[in-house]
Each structure stands twice: as structure tokens, then as C-alpha cells.
Design a protein around this ligand. Structure first.
Ligand code: PMP
Length: 396
């Protein structure tokens, strides 16, 4: 049932085609790599490996070019309307990216009495850095009030009405998540921008959207000031990521500079990954994973016993995305009688690799809840979903 383009795309992942007995269903943790990325790594390490930003010989120059070219590539991938004015800073992933925005930018920018809104029900990586910034500032006598960006269980989105009530004249910053890593809903970022007006910086955690759906900062639906993402979730190597900042002139924020030795081989993999994603098309990937997600959540919904966490049925009802793209390849569920570790073990005995432990969510204890997360990418198939549902049926 899969389209030709999807079969061709899947065929480009050697680890996937090399293990037909297994199904990798943990792409929200990290994604598999297409051949183009493996080849870019091999090619870089065998033709150009050197440090960047220093040296006057061809390998060093090629490496410096690679880093600068990839900065531009990130801007292009995000459809940045003003690449001259923005900057890109490479990181080891979303966690480091968010910490960097918090430490190097937010702490230099806030003044006494300012208020910020940050998500308390999303990934810890998008909460702890802001609380740490608040503590750092408090140590300098600058009091910042932190409000919980209200998440609305059941809708897959923030609670925008509650959000409106928290926005005031001292609101100086909002940290939001694009796609929730447990519930899989997308947040209506446009609605946040409308509520705060044009001047309040919004930092977007795009860890679960990058490579899965179009993340385009030139569109009014995504008018944000920072996009922070992990390269490794977008088909590049582990230990890669980037911060895109709309305004390169942020005080003390130094995304463009040479701070130590960059992860050049990771950057080579990121360039190749972004090329691959643009060639395949993130809108096609979004539609494919949405179709897989629908198959899985509809199938699970028909099975007695299983409970889907979050919001799969009414997913992000007022999302700015086209209806066919509103499901993002993440389905988290539990069975009241089967502990998640057991469920994970049983599923692996049938070849399915899922996440079956703590889900790094702030504010809850998912381990106690005993949930299992299935997360999908372009290489997954309807056949895998149907086989998974058959196994779950036999357990239920
Ligand atoms: N934010 C979200 C929404 C995530 O899903 C993750 C990874 N699970 C992170 C941040 C952290 O990403 P990384 O491990 O690449 O730092």
C-alpha cells in the first residue's frame, strides 16, 4: 500500500533493510540514517578531515567551508526569509541548544520584574534551562516570574485561553514546543504569536518536528525567534543539533562565532541529512507518518484494554497544519495489566523496538504510568503497524 517514493526512501536506510525481521519504532529518541548521510561522513573523513576556522591548507579550508555552508543550509531548510540577519549555532542537540539560549541569551536580556512562560508538561530539556536561568538571575538580584505555559490534555495543544490570561505587559519571553514528545500533538504557535504580539521572543523546541514536517520560519504560522533542534532526530549523526536565531544581534549571544572545535563530521552529516530531507520532501514525510499514525491509533482504539495517552482522537483540532498532516508519528499507550517494561520486552521478542521506560516528561512520572511509546519516521511501513497491532491484539 505504500507509495513508490516511500519504498524508495526506505530502501536508502541500510540498517532498516538489513534487518527485515526488526521494526524500529523509536525515532522520537533518535532516527536512523540514510545512505547519503553515511556516505557524507565517510567522504568527509577520507578527504577533508581537519579542524575548522583555522589553518591555511585545503583540508582545513574545506572544513571551514563545510561549516559555513551548513549554517546557510540550516537557514535554507527552515526557509529563512532573511538569512543575512539571522544566525545558526551548532550544538550537540536540543538540550544543549535550549541551555545555550537560556544562558547566553535570556540571562543577559531579562530585567527585574520580567515574566516568562515556559512549558511544564513537555520535555524536561525545555523546562530546566529556563528555571536555571531564573535561579542565575535571582543570584544577581533580578527577579523573574516564571509562568507554566498551560498544556491542555485532550486537545494536543496548549490551552490558549489560559495562556491569554497569563500574558501581560511584563511578558518578555515564551518557550514552546512544536510537537509533543509523548502525546504527538502539534502546538499552535501562530496562536501564541497572536497572543504575545510581535515583540516578545518565542523559542521553539523543534526536536520532534524537524525532519518530520515542514518547519518554516518564513511562514506566519511559525513566526518564532529561535528554533532549536537535534540533528540526530533529523537523520544526522548523534551529537548534532543547531540553534537558529532570527536576529543575529542578540546581546552576548554568539551563535556565529568559533567557540572551540566544532563537531565537523556531525556537521557534514547534518548537511547531507537536510539535503536528503528536502529532496524527499518534509510535507510528503508528514503525510506518510500521519497515515501510519492514524492506522496505529485507530487500530489501538478498537482494542479493548489499551489506553492511548494524550489526544489522538481530536488531535490539535485548531492546528494551522493541513488536516492530513496533523498526526506526527508518536503514539503513547498503556495496558493497565501489563507493566511497560514487560510490554517492551514482549514487543521486542516479536522484533519491535519501542520506548518503554521514562519518557523524560516534566511534571509527571510516566514510568509509574507504565506507558509505551511508538514513534515513526519515513522508513516505517503500514505492514509494520499491522503486525504490531496483531501482536497487541493477541496480548490484550
Ligand atoms: N525536546 C524534545 C521535545 C525532545 O523530544 C527531546 C528528545 N527526546 C529533546 C528536547 C532533547 O533532545 P536531545 O536529546 O537531542 O538533546
Amino acid at each position: 500500500e505504500s507509495a513508490d517514493w516511500q519504498r524508495e526512501a526506505r530502501a536508502q536506510f541500510p540498517i532498516v533493510t538489513g534487518h527485515p525481521e526488526l521494526a524500529y519504532l523509536d525515532s522520537a529518541a533518535t532516527a536512523q540514517k540514510p545512505r547519503a548521510v553515511l556516505e557524507a561522513v565517510q567522504s568527509y573523513l577520507t578527504t577533508s578531515n581537519a579542524n575548522a576556522g583555522r589553518g591555511a591548507y585545503p583540508w582545513a579550508n574545506r572544513t571551514t567551508d563545510l561549516v559555513e555552508r551548513t549554517r546557510l543550509r540550516v537557514k535554507e531548510f527552515l526557509r529563512d526569509p532573511d538569512p543575512q540577519g539571522s544566525s545558526v549555532h551548532f550544538t550537540s542537540g536540543t538540550s544543549e541548544g535550549l541551555r545555550t539560549v537560556a544562558r547566553d541569551w535570556l540571562t543577559t536580556w531579562l530585567t527585574d520584574g520580567d515574566e516568562i512562560l515556559v512549558p511544564f508538561a513537555d520535555h524536561r530539556a525545555n523546562l530546566d534551562p529556563w528555571l536555571e536561568a531564573q535561579r542565575l538571575l535571582a543570584g544577581r538580584g533580578i527577579r523573574v516570574q516564571v509562568h507554566a505555559l498551560p498544556y491542555q490534555a485532550g486537545s494536543g495543544d496548549y490551552d490558549h485561553r489560559a495562556f491569554d490570561r497569563l500574558v501581560g505587559p511584563r511578558t518578555r519571553f515564551v518557550a514552546a514546543t512544536h510537537v509533543h514528545h509523548v502525546y504527538g500533538g502539534d502546538m499552535n504557535v501562530h496562536r501564541i504569536r497572536e497572543a504575545v504580539g510581535p515583540d516578545v521572543p518565542i523559542c521553539l523546541d523543534a526536536a520532534q518536528s524537524i525532519g518530520h514536517l515542514p518547519v518554516r520560519v518564513g511562514e506566519s504560522a511559525l513566526d518564532v525567534d529561535f528554533v532549536v533542534f537535534s540533528g540526530h532526530k533529523a537523520l544526522a549523526l548523534p551529537g548534532t543539533g543547531a540553534i537558529w536565531a532570527r536576529d543575529a544581534r542578540g546581546p552576548a549571544f554568539r551563535p556565529g562565532g568559533w567557540q572551540g572545535s566544532p563537531n565537523t563530521v556531525g556537521i557534514a552529516s547534518l548537511e547531507a541529512a537536510l539535503d536528503w530531507l528536502d529532496a524527499v520532501g518534509t510535507d510528503r514525510i508528514a503525510q506518510w507518518t500521519a497515515a501510519l499514525t492514524t492506522r496505529l491509533s485507530d487500530g489501538l482504539g478498537r482494542l479493548p484494554g489499551y489506553e492511548i495517552l494524550g489526544c489522538q482522537s481530536s488531535l490539535a483540532a485548531d492546528s494551522p497544519l493541513p488536516a492530513a498532516q496533523r498526526r506526527h508519528g508518536i503514539v503513547t499507550f498503556r495496558h493497565p495489566d501489563i507493566p511497560s517494561d514487560d510490554l517492551g520486552f514482549i514487543l521486542f521478542s516479536h522484533g519491535f523496538m519501542v520506548r518503554a521506560d521514562s519518557l523524560c516528561q516534566a511534571g509527571t512520572d510516566e514510568k509509574k504510568d507504565g506507558s509505551v511509546r511508538v514513534s515513526l519516521h519515513v522508513y516505517n511501513t503500514l505492514g509494520e503497524i499491522d503486525r504490531l497491532l496483531a501482536v497487541l491484539t493477541s496480548l490484550g
